[in-house]
Design a binder for this molecule. Structure first.
Ligand SMILES: [Fe+2]
Length: 289
């Protein structure tokens, strides 16, 4: 299979995450990741929208680290309609769903772990901008989201066979079960990934800063704001990206990535489930189960 076979050409546009203290979390992302925030009412719930520098995230009151939804933006109305028709032809249940960062016409689907994904069109093209007044500029757009799942095979099958994502890499355990699956909805190595676990939750979300120099800038920024790295710097095997990780007050892991592989036409790469796959450079402090 090649990437020309996939049916979506979308990128991860924004996330909505629940928190016992959503306002505090919004303040953290504003201060540490350089975003503005404002309180809104959406679907009769009070929420906090964080926005700026191509990063968008919504926090609402609820459980710690629980994904409310992940939203993917398509290129234009034609591609959104085409994708919706493809999903209908695959018997994927479509749910009408509006989000404050998209224009009317977005819709959602539910994956086998009950994660809710939304597809739509950004409202920034409609003259609605949430970043114009912001001056604290540091580059790294939101880029990918990873999950933990008890059944990576079923997760991968849904995203590949039903949603039309492309499997870029797999990490296999010795018993031939899947430890990790990396899938993409565009030319980026992965926009979604899934790790085998005994829980179902978000693993981390990632911002792509492009270059090694900017990883250093982010590290210096975190140090000035009293934030210590949780992992890295290192280089992942799958995706070949440089990485650092920090943690927000709820325990959500945030990755700053650079040099993520661009793929256009290649076979699936298979990796051994071993420490070097997670960090090509050497020993690491976290081993996935
Ligand atoms: Fe990542």
């Amino acid at each position: 299979m090649t990437t020309s076979n996939f049916h979506t050409n979308s990128f991860l546009h924004h996330l909505s995450i629940e928190s016992p203290k959503p306002m505090e979390l919004a303040k953290f992302y504003s201060e540490i990741l350089g975003m503005d925030y404002k309180k809104i009412t959406h679907n009769e719930k009070t929420k906090w929208m964080c926005f700026g520098n191509d990063r968008r995230i919504i926090f609402s009151s609820g459980k710690n680290k629980k994904l409310d939804f992940a939203a993917f933006s398509c290129r234009d109305n034609n591609s959104l309609e085409k994708y919706k028709n493809y999903l209908i032809s695959e018997n994927v249940k479509i749910i009408d769903f509006e989000t404050p960062f998209f224009i009317e016409g977005s819709f959602g689907v539910v994956d086998p772990d009950k994660n809710f994904l939304v597809f739509g069109l950004s409202n920034s093209k409609e003259g609605i901008s949430y970043s114009s007044s912001f001056i604290d500029k540091i580059y790294a757009p939101l880029q990918h989201l990873t999950f933990k799942s008890k059944n990576v095979e079923s997760f991968e099958s849904f995203y590949e066979k039903k949603l039309g994502f492309f499997v870029s890499d797999r990490v296999m355990k010795e018993d031939s079960t899947l430890a990790t699956s990396f899938l993409t909805s565009n030319h980026e190595h992965h926009t979604i990934a899934c790790f085998k676990s005994n829980t179902i939750e978000i693993d981390h979300h990632s911002y792509e800063t492009g270059e090694w120099q900017r990883i250093k800038d982010w590290c210096d920024r975190f140090e000035k704001k009293g934030i210590q790295l949780k992992w890295g710097p290192g280089r992942h095997g799958p995706g070949n990206n440089l990485f650092i990780f920090i943690e927000d007050p709820d325990g959500n892991w945030i990755e700053i990535s650079a040099e993520l592989e661009v793929i256009h036409d290649r076979q699936v790469k298979v990796w051994k489930h071993e420490p070097k796959t997670l960090n090509l450079w050497g020993p690491h402090s976290v081993m996935r189960s």
